[in-house]
Design a protein around this ligand. Structure first.
Ligand code: DGL
Length: 286
């Protein structure tokens, strides 16, 4: 059996990325970790997000993963360079692929980004877009209420429509022609967002773009699975597996049966001397 791809997220949202990975890379085995005990990451400081991301990666490394996908937009925004620096395997996040797709799609060079407060505060998407299109105007809008609404299953209806209209107002008024769905949860809101912004605005699903990028990189570095024996995908969480399976099936679009809870505190105590977690104090804010 070949080595799996590791995927982590702050919780259940990363399953939207898993859904895309399974579609585009059906022969790859995935090991997923959702840090449900510490979600949300989107309201945390950059320092804490970096520490959590390194700890999540350390957990996945036990499975001899060949590649790491940071499915969480907040963790990709705050921790991708430190993960790439400290890990010996390739690491791909969701920000660069989403930014690239938006830069390719826009015609008026005015791009909106919606995401958690931490993602928007980091300007991660704006920085990536400007590398490709320095003249682009990028408008960020934090949407902290959307994650709980989606986890509650409120994907349309009055409250969600009103909330979205309020969040999207400035972007629409600014005339953006492209909006990046810069959070794991937002693909579930895509039909409702579409109704509000109309058919002219392109909506970029970062998870979908990331799955394409992962495939491209795997092919480039010749790490595509060649074994006919795929093995089972594994799902681990740091809190209730029942809740993860229940909410997660909406995100994944299929039932989740094999979710296992791990004692993450115990794991971290046992692995506290790992070189990956050394000098965490240098991960201060930039
Ligand atoms: N997974 C996070 C993201 O994509 C959303 C949930 C959270 O705040 O942790 O930004």
């Amino acid at each position: 059996m070949e080595r799996p791809i590791g995927v982590f997220d702050s919780g259940v949202g990363g399953l939207t990325v898993v859904k895309q990975l399974k579609k585009i890379l059906p022969d790859e085995r995935l090991v997923y970790f959702g840090d449900t005990a510490r979600i949300p990451y989107g309201t945390k400081s950059k320092r804490l997000i970096r520490q959590f991301a390194l700890e999540d990666a350390l957990f996945l490394l036990q499975f001899d993963i060949k590649f790491l996908v940071v499915a969480c937009n907040t963790a990709s925004s705050g921790a991708l360079p430190v993960l790439q620096e400290r890990l010996e395997i390739p690491v791909v996040g969701v920000v660069e692929p989403g930014a690239r797709a938006a830069a390719e799609k826009t015609r008026n060079k005015r791009i909106g980004v919606i995401g958690t407060s931490a993602t928007i505060a980091s300007s991660s998407y704006a920085k990536e877009i400007r590398k490709l299109m320095p003249e682009a105007e990028v408008l960020g809008q934090p949407c902290p209420l959307l994650v709980p609404l989606v986890e509650e299953g409120w994907l349309d209806g009055e409250v969600t429509v009103l909330t979205l209209k309020k969040y999207l107002k400035d972007l629409i008024e600014a005339g953006v022609d492209t909006i990046i769905l810069g959070c794991t949860h937002y693909p579930l809101l895509e039909p409702t967002i579409r109704k509000i912004v109309g058919p002219q605005v392109a909506l970029i699903d970062s998870g979908k773009e990331t799955a394409k990028a992962v495939k491209r990189v795997l092919e480039e570095i010749k790490l595509v699975n060649r074994s006919s024996e795929k093995g089972k995908d594994l799902f681990f969480v740091s809190d209730s597996p029942e809740q993860f399976a229940r909410i997660g099936s909406n995100f994944l679009g299929e039932a989740l049966t094999n979710v296992e809870r791990i004692d993450f505190d115990e794991f971290l105590i046992k692995n506290s001397s790992s070189p990956l977690l050394k000098n965490l104090e240098v991960l201060h804010e930039d």
